[in-house]
Design a protein around this ligand. Sequence first.
Ligand code: SF4
Length: 215
Amino acid sequence: MSTAAPGVEPFARQLRAWWLGGDTWRRRGLPWREEGVTTLELAATEALMAQTPADVVAFHWWAIFDGLRLLEPGAMVGPADVEDLARRVAPLGLGDRKARTMVSIAEVVTTGRWTEPGWGLGPYTLGMVRLATGQGVAAPVDTNVSRVARRAGWSDPEDFSRSLSGWATAHGWGPDHLPPGYAALSAVMDLGHVYCRAAVGSCLVCPCQSECPKW
Ligand code: SF4
């Protein structure tokens, strides 16, 4: 049984407080984080973001998902649905292949049969889909998560990610409509977007500074 990465718990508590708190620069207002978004939509959004920046997906999100029949629970998906989705994701430079991936995700989430699906998605996206659907433990690591973890002082970003998502699942994160592990990794993304940025870390004003192992 793996143990939590040292120092993750106090860091997680501070990260959660910032993400849910009053800092203007906290949680990014992305449409798939709003109340009422379904598990299917959340998982399918992660598939979209595998090749497209979050801001671009956010711009097109409502046009893609509004009235999307194939993501309705129990929908019988036919070729016309896949064509409809392919048209919707075309403005993102995506097409049939991405539409079929989203359909596969919908089928797995709907049936609850989680196997190694071979969707052509990388480990990070698969990890985020697992967290979005509550399908077991996952440790998604992309360049953003890796940068925050290493800069903060954790030499093993995967261990950091697993510990953080595991802690969130055990202790809750918030808001209530988002799966805890998914929300925790989303908070790391936002911290990396605003404070622990690629060019330079704004450590002196970072809301997690007092519990960051770097200090
Ligand atoms: S204090 Fe610095 S290194 Fe630590 S999380 Fe914040 S920006 Fe990153």
